[in-house]
Ligand binder design. Structure first.
Ligand code: FAD
Length: 511
């Protein structure tokens, strides 16, 4: 007998649970509730992690698709615009050592690779400024769009910074009121298995037994279904990415008119880095560090020194991080999304985007019945494995290129045995050709495109050998494209509103 997939049970009500619920329910809306149900079970006693304030531009299309209003997001989640990340003191540690990883692609990116032309030129400008306007827009404290620009569209590419504690309840309201998701507040105490080894039901303290055809494990670091119940092992990657602890602190602004940066500021420290995210009502900051290289007390001292008077006496929350991911992500009729699947330090906001991509794949490839579930699971596992691999490579790239030698942490980070083999190969290749579409960055829904590697490599001072003859044919086109970028930069710098002013307008009048 064919067992149709009709009842989806998501366990966990953090960002992963609610985004997954929204993405699946929106995709299958016409079948809900007569032919298909999405139920989210969430503990009333285990709090969500409540951090995770930096996102990726994919969130715009995700929210639009599930029917969320962008204005409501700004009003209810204390959101601001994110236009990229500024990495300070990563390359040399000097006071003026900083570069942008913006969210805009280099000018003319689909047409030609500007890297060799920029390298060959006089380099009066950073790579970012030579090929894209966004670094200057961020320096000027400007927003990526005007109040007249429609929802989810922008003059410059953007994502959001948002209050993670408000985002999950915001999604919850939308999912339950607009998308027909059932919400059950209950603690899962037991999981029952069928003879086949599939999960048959979850047994809760407050709401009894709940059956399902497909279970989505969004229980956070605990990984209650996939890890604890089905025994899928965790694959550590602490030998590549050393940071294993975070100290988080929320900091008030000096005044209600203080500028709000639209870039995540990541400042390297002696054994990790500090994130600094500007929301409209406060800053979210934290120190992510390697406890093998520095004690909690020293890490807190570095964080307080960074914050200065603004951080005096503010409480610090400690969060242990386990860097790595499950060996497989979908086993039998259970798939893990979010922290239950894995986590890497939040250097490039890769967690929420991976939640979106995973949920999208589950929703789009929803197995019609149990008989085909293993085929879909194998695909999902291969794609997700690939994505985690690329995220590890990309995060390690930020460390592997450092010239800092001022602490054991930075010296250890460049040891060849700590650099994944694929990244070592690419670094060798990139000495002679710059990252481009051939480097396998052409998969659909690639988390980080070749442009991201270019921004980090050349921001960190990496050099690729350029054969002038090899690029001579494109020289005039490259010149024109860089000129166009300069014109566009001037136009945007004079036309865009200040970041805080635009957010105030959105909250008061809507987009
Ligand atoms: P959680 O928020 O932990 O939710 C787990 C859910 O499971 C809760 O609802 C809980 O009640 C439920 N649950 C647990 N046990 C049971 C049970 N027995 N019965 C019923 N329910 C149960 N990501 C980014 O993309 N950008 C960032 O900038 C970023 N920064 C981060 C900074 C830090 C320091 C950390 C640690 C993470 C950061 N992340 C970031 C990751 C991001 O916070 C998470 O990926 C995201 O919040 C999703 O979490 P989650 O929903 O998987 O888990």
């Amino acid at each position: 007998m064919v067992t149709r997939t009709r009842n989806i049970v998501i366990v966990g009500g953090g960002t992963a649970g609610w985004l997954t619920a929204g993405i699946i329910a929106a995709r299958h809306r016409s079948r809900i509730p007569h032919d298909f149900t999405v139920t989210l079970v969430e503990s009333p006693n285990v709090p969500i992690i409540g951090v995770g304030e930096g996102t990726w531009p994919t969130l715009r299309s995700t929210l639009k698709k599930i029917g969320v209003s962008e204005t409501d997001l700004f009003r209810e989640c204390d959101a601001s615009f994110k236009q990229g990340a500024l990495f300070a003191k990563w390359a040399t540690g000097a006071e003026d050592d900083a570069y942008y990883h913006p969210l805009m692609l280099p000018q003319g990116f689909a047409q030609l690779n500007l890297v060799p032309h920029w390298l060959k030129g006089d380099r009066g400008k950073s790579f970012c400024d030579a090929v894209c306007a966004q670094g200057k827009i961020c320096d000027d404290g400007l927003a990526p769009k005007a109040i007249t620009t429609p929802e989810y569209e922008g003059a410059a590419n953007y994502a959001y910074h948002l209050d993670a504690g408000k985002f999950a309840p915001f999604l919850q309201r939308h999912c339950c009121e607009k998308l027909g998701v059932r919400h059950i507040l209950a603690d899962v105490r037991n999981v029952t298995l069928a003879e086949t080894g599939d999960i048959r039901s979850i047994v809760t303290e407050q709401a009894g037994e709940i059956d399902g055809d497909l279970f989505v494990d969004c229980t956070g670091f605990r990984s209650l279904l996939l890890g604890e119940t089905l025994g899928v092992p965790f694959k550590e990657c602490g030998d590549v990415l050393f940071c294993d602890t975070a100290l988080a602190v929320q900091v008030p602004y000096e005044s209600e008119a203080s500028p709000i940066p639209s870039q995540t500021i990541s400042t390297a420290q002696s054994a990790g880095w500090i994130w600094d995210i500007g929301l409209p009502t406060r800053r979210g900051t934290g120190h992510v560090f390697s406890s093998r290289h520095i004690s909690d007390d020293e890490a807190e001292r570095e964080l307080r020194a960074y914050l200065g008077a603004a951080g005096r006496d503010l409480p610090v929350r400690k969060i242990k991080i386990r860097s790595g991911h499950r060996e497989t992500f979908w086993k039998r009729n259970c798939v893990a999304v979010g922290l239950a699947a894995g986590f890497m330090e939040p250097l490039e906001s890769s967690a929420i985007v991976l939640i979106e991509l995973s949920a999208k794949m589950i929703a789009e490839q929803m197995p019609a019945c149990r008989e085909v579930m293993d085929v879909i699971a194998a695909r999902f596992n291969a794609t997700t494995q690939y994505r985690w691999g690329r995220i590890i490579d990309f995060l390690k790239l930020h460390y592997a290129l450092t010239k800092r030698t001022d602490s054991q942490f930075w010296r250890d980070n460049v040891l060849p045995e700590t650099i994944p083999e694929r990244l070592r190969e690419l670094l060798l290749l990139w000495k002679y050709q710059s990252p481009w579409f051939h480097d396998e960055f052409d998969r659909i829904d690639e988390v980080f495109p070749a442009a991201s590697y270019q921004y980090v490599l050349y921001g960190m001072g990496f050099r690729t050998e350029v054969e002038p003859q090899a690029i001579a044919g494109e020289a005039r086109l490259a010149e024109r494209v860089m000129r166009e970028n300069a014109v566009q930069t001037d136009r945007l710098r004079t036309g865009l509103p200040r970041h805080r002013d635009l957010i105030r307008k959105i909250v008061d009048h809507g987009l």
